[in-house]
Design a protein around this ligand. Structure first.
Ligand code: ARG
Length: 578
């Protein structure tokens, strides 16, 4: 196994430097495969050892590196040790590398890398991830799409690293917009249309009532009256609201299913309406509330206590705000789910909001607020379909599927399949995901259908294509007799390069777990696909002697398994044929 190799090198260091093995596990990294010929497999940063206090930080770094490299001797695992710039390089015996890396793939093994020493060092517990969180009757914008796929990635990652994960959708299902929607529905709504196409109809009503309200005071009066009825939980108003909410959740569930995403909890702002007022009361009791000149109530967050920075929790008319409900929701979630960490995924325009949330909670005595985190992401420009602006999540998915289907029908390599729509859907979605995950999450980017759907570029289509190609290779050769496995038949540069690359898988997951950025995994998988493409050309299975064919199939099976596992973490469902 990969971790056997890392552990063996760490053990060697541990014996020489007389420090526990663990001290070296994270200071060792697998060497990235580069175009230039690369022969060593692991690299130890001597500076990291100094920084971690494993060796004294005095004297010349380079001299010390060389001295240490000289002191370390080859053994049955390591065949070459050399000093580089502040690093020591280790080259594992080639045959052992092949054997240990490919051993796990004997029986449909899909946990490769996930049990590694490095990943064991990460804290485990209950992680609550709140993501997607659209607003009822409003547009599902690009920000919601990003939150949906990024949140799903984080949840998948946390889960595969051994945490128990709660996936929560926090709907915008309360506030004055429901006053308008309710009043609007009474005027322009239609139960028939609501049943037929709920999201569209609610959106239409909402747009219409907003337009009317621009110069019609009566609408506002009706809206305020309706919202008041809601706040007082009056029967008919509540049942209309509940109908809107239920219908919306049902519709969303179906679209999330197309993305392969589910939620454990559909929560929402409405759930915390009353608790929000209890929060205000508690803030008052704790002496944390100040009444401003405008008559609003706020928590002073300024270091000097001069209200130069503050968080408003109550309007002058006594109604609560978005932040008030978030304070209540956080406390409630902690009580209900006992999370060890909570992650909120929204666009970066809400950074200030969450910053305030994470200041008010500790002021109230909730030290666990330190284990809450906001993952912000940038804006997407130009997410349009052929027929115009995107209003619903469904529109983007339909367009991705349609475009992909068209590309598939024009490509000469497309295979016969039972349900091309289904494949087009999965591949189209992977294109959306990879386009979104390639850069740092905080960056803005321009949505580009043509670029994201390219079969040859660094796209989700390329990942799927490589996966399907590997599956087909295995299907075509499942007649090759299974027998013993001879590692000496996989010593070619192309196969070593793939194995060296796979050595990095756990480090990539480790890095992703640390900064919650999907780009590390995306680039790792794209690189894997390029390496597979070269190996595919130079290491044919067909026409090779049985033992060679067997060994090569095992290499490709390993690559395919890691590719599929990484794709699943990203939220991509791998296809077997395309
Ligand atoms: N519904 C909000 C919006 O669309 C996002 C909610 C984010 N989560 C939260 N706990 N505030 O902007």
């Amino acid at each position: 196994m990969a971790c056997f190799l890392r552990r063996s090198v760490a053990a060697k260091l541990s014996r020489t430097l007389r420090q526990p093995e663990d001290a070296f596990i994270s200071a060792l990294s697998a060497v990235p495969v580069s175009k230039k010929q690369q022969s060593s497999d692991f690299r130890l940063s001597v500076n990291t050892l100094r920084l971690n206090g494993i060796i004294p930080a005095s004297g010349d770094l380079q001299l010390e590196t060389e001295a240490l490299a000289n002191e370390l001797k080859q053994d049955s695992v390591v065949e070459e040790i050399s000093a580089g710039h502040g690093v020591i390089n280790f080259k594992v015996h080639r045959q052992l590398l092949v054997q240990k890396m490919l051993e796990p793939f004997e029986e449909g093994y899909d946990k490769f890398g996930l049990r590694s020493e490095l990943l064991k060092s990460l804290k485990k517990g209950t992680t609550l991830v709140e993501f997607s969180s659209p607003n009822i009757a409003k547009k599902f914008h690009a920000g919601h799409l990003r939150s949906t796929i990024i949140g799903n990635f984080i949840a998948n990652l946390k889960q595969c690293l051994g945490n128990s994960v709660i996936r929560m959708n926090y709907l915008g299902d309360w506030g004055m917009q429901f006053g308008l929607l309710g009043a609007g529905f009474n005027q322009f709504g239609c139960q028939e249309k609501l049943k037929e196409n709920p999201l569209q109809h609610l959106f239409d009503v909402y747009v219409q009532v907003n337009r009317e309200a621009e110069n019609n005071e009566e609408i506002w009066t009706a809206a305020r009256a309706f919202f008041q009825k809601l706040e007082q939980h009056e029967g008919p108003a509540m049942s209309l609201w509940k109908q809107f909410r239920d219908i919306t959740v049902n519709e969303y569930k179906q679209v999330y299913q197309r993305l392969g995403i589910h939620f454990d909890v559909y929560s929402g702002e409405s759930f915390h309406q009353e608790q929000a007022h209890e929060v205000v009361q508690r803030l008052q009791d704790q002496g944390l509330l100040k009444i401003t000149e405008k008559g609003t109530s706020a928590v002073d967050l300024s270091p000097a206590g001069d209200m130069s920075s503050c968080c408003t929790v109550l309007r002058s008319d006594g109604t609560s705000l978005y932040i008030t409900r978030d304070i209540a929701a956080a406390i409630d979630r902690k009580e209900q789910y006992h999370f060890d960490e909570m992650i909120y995924v929204t666009d970066k325009s809400q950074e200030h909001h969450f910053h305030q949330l994470f200041q008010v909670l500790p002021a109230m005595g909730y030290s666990w607020a330190g284990r809450c985190q906001h993952v912000p992401f940038g804006l997407v420009r130009g997410m349009n379909t052929r027929s115009g602006e995107v209003v619903f999540l469904e529109d983007v998915l339909d367009e991705a599927r349609a475009r992909m289907l068209q590309n598939m029908s024009q490509s000469k390599t497309t295979k016969e399949m039972d349900c091309p729509e289904d494949t087009a859907e999965k591949v189209g979605i992977s294109a959306l995901i990879v386009q979104d995950f390639r850069g740092p999450l905080e960056s803005d980017y321009k949505f580009d259908w043509d670029r994201m759907l390219q079969a040859r570029g660094d796209t989700g289509v390329f990942l799927q294509y490589t996966h399907a190609r590997l599956c087909s290779l295995m299907r075509r050769n499942n007649g090759v007799a299974a027998g013993g496995f001879d590692p000496s038949l996989l010593l070619e540069e192309r196969s070593i390069a793939i194995l060296q690359h796979l050595l990095r898988y756990d480090e990539v997951l480790y890095q992703s777990a640390k900064d919650l950025q999907p780009k590390h995994l995306v680039h790792f998988l794209l690189r894997l696909c390029h390496l597979v493409a070269s190996a595919h050309k130079e290491l044919p299975v067909k026409g090779s002697p049985d033992e060679v064919a067997q060994a090569r199939l095992r290499l490709f099976r390993g690559a395919c398994s890691v590719l599929a596992s990484g794709m699943r973490i990203l939220g991509i469902i791998p296809v077997d044929k395309m």
